[in-house]
Design a protein around this ligand. Structure first.
Ligand code: 5GP
Ligand code: ZN
Length: 114
């Protein structure tokens, strides 16, 4: 837990969030500013700042986050598809420094991203 991290505070429950899935390793909750009809964030409960900080020792955890995101998507009625995004660092558009996967669905996504 990083005491000044917004998403660590959501994990701890000191900042409320609409939780849709959690287990001992991860938490999935609704994004406060949804960019699509479905916009969820999947995070590790353990603080990792970004993908830049993730190493080989985190491979199982990263796989867990991805597999659970797919499981949540299956339960969210996104049969027509969805997009999973990991914004990383300033050029990647990351604004919260706690590794998170965006799950976006419910509308057609364009490519390339802006
Ligand atoms: P990033 O820009 O780092 O890829 O994504 C951060 C996401 O966190 C944004 O989509 C933003 O809307 C979301 N967010 C920021 N603050 C809060 C909050 O307090 N609660 C929730 N649920 N989402 C937040
Ligand atoms: Zn954190």
């Amino acid at each position: 837990m990083s005491s000044d991290c917004l998403f660590c505070k959501i994990v701890a429950g000191s900042i409320p969030a609409k939780r849709v899935y959690e287990d001992e390793l991860c938490l999935c909750f609704a994004d406060i500013h949804p960019q699509a009809p479905t916009h969820l964030l999947m995070i590790s409960k353990r603080h990792i700042g970004s993908l830049v900080e993730a190493g080989a020792e985190d491979a199982a955890l990263l796989g867990h986050l991805l597999a659970k995101t797919a499981e949540v998507a299956r339960g969210a009625g996104l049969e027509r598809g969805y997009r999973v995004v990991i914004n990383t660092g300033p050029n990647g558009g990351q604004t919260v420094d706690h590794l998170h996967l965006h799950l976006l669905g419910g509308r057609h996504m364009t490519w390339p991203p802006g």
